[in-house]
Design a binder for this molecule. Structure first.
Ligand SMILES: [Zn+2]
Length: 284
């Protein structure tokens, strides 16, 4: 892969410092943010060129920063429908240089569903499954395993998009949004790895995955993860490496599912983001 940004990564803000003659061997600290018009749900990339490892803080919170080339690093900013649109402070430090900047994340209207729950149906799941899934979502491993764009994990049509908000029995669920895409593939149709990565989670309905159903989670490295729910068959084991497009299981109706479909989620630094930019062109 080229170390240079691809042409679609239009720099939003570039800050360049002219160094005094005495320190010309040091690369000046430059920061590039893309995309330049992010909205809630998008992933923003903060690419830093510097002569030493930088730190990146957004809204006062330090983000994981990884090397992506000679004297070049990157941090991802994950945004979700639950966040407040608008400005966020961005502070990048390397050596004795600091850049103070602002990020802008625009608002976005997400579709709304109204759900009436059947009386007496248990939708609480098990601590076992929620603990395992939470541990998976917290993974941030340093090696970048993916290469280029992500691919759709099933050929079925998308029936529920990312970010849908819900009312349950007429009450707005303020912490709920649809954390992924639903693909209405036929039962038994193949589910493929969206990108190269290592299987970091295998959960089975028979072991207590009552909500998620048969589940596979793939770690793509550098805080990027994908998860595949409600599978029928699982054809992987934890620890296995998979290439993009390899079959990891089949579409099913396991767990809290009302018909065969694949629920597919993409997580960055523990937050569920809209996969659309990852599917369209990915990140270098
Ligand atoms: Zn879903």
């Amino acid at each position: 892969m080229s170390d240079r940004l691809l042409p679609w990564l239009i720099p939003a803000i570039i800050t360049v410092t002219v160094l005094p003659a005495s320190s010309q061997v040091t690369m000046p600290l430059t920061v590039t943010v893309s995309p330049d018009r992010a909205v809630l749900g998008d992933t923003l990339a903060i690419v830093v060129n510097a002569s030493e490892q930088p730190t990146v803080e957004v809204a006062g919170k330090a983000l994981p920063v990884f090397s992506i080339g000679p004297q070049q690093w990157r941090a991802f900013v994950a945004t979700t429908p639950l966040q407040t649109p608008g400005r966020r402070s961005l502070v990048v430090r390397a050596g004795n240089e600091t850049r103070n900047m602002l990020l802008w994340v625009g608002d976005r209207a997400f579709p709304v569903q109204r759900i009436w729950l059947p009386a007496g149906k248990d939708t609480s799941g098990t601590d076992f499954e929620f603990d395992r899934v939470a541990a998976f979502k917290a993974l941030v491993t340093p090696e970048k395993l993916w290469q280029g764009a992500f691919r759709r994990p099933n050929s079925g049509p998308v029936t529920t998009p990312y970010g849908v908000r819900r009312y349950y029995d007429g009450v707005f669920a303020k912490d709920y949004f649809h954390r992924g895409l639903d693909y209405a593939g036929a039962k038994g149709s193949p589910v493929v790895a969206a990108q190269r990565g290592r299987v970091a989670l295998v959960g089975r309905e028979s072991q207590g995955f009552l909500i998620h159903g048969n589940t596979v989670g793939i770690d793509h490295g550098q805080g990027v993860l994908t998860i595949y729910l409600h599978l029928d068959q699982i054809r992987v084991q934890e620890g296995q490496m998979f290439e993009a497009g390899q079959v990891i299981g089949t579409v099913g109706n396991t767990g809290a599912s009302t018909g065969p479909h694949l629920h597919w989620g993409l997580y960055v630094n523990g937050e569920c983001v809209d996969p659309r930019s990852w599917l369209a062109q990915g990140w270098q």
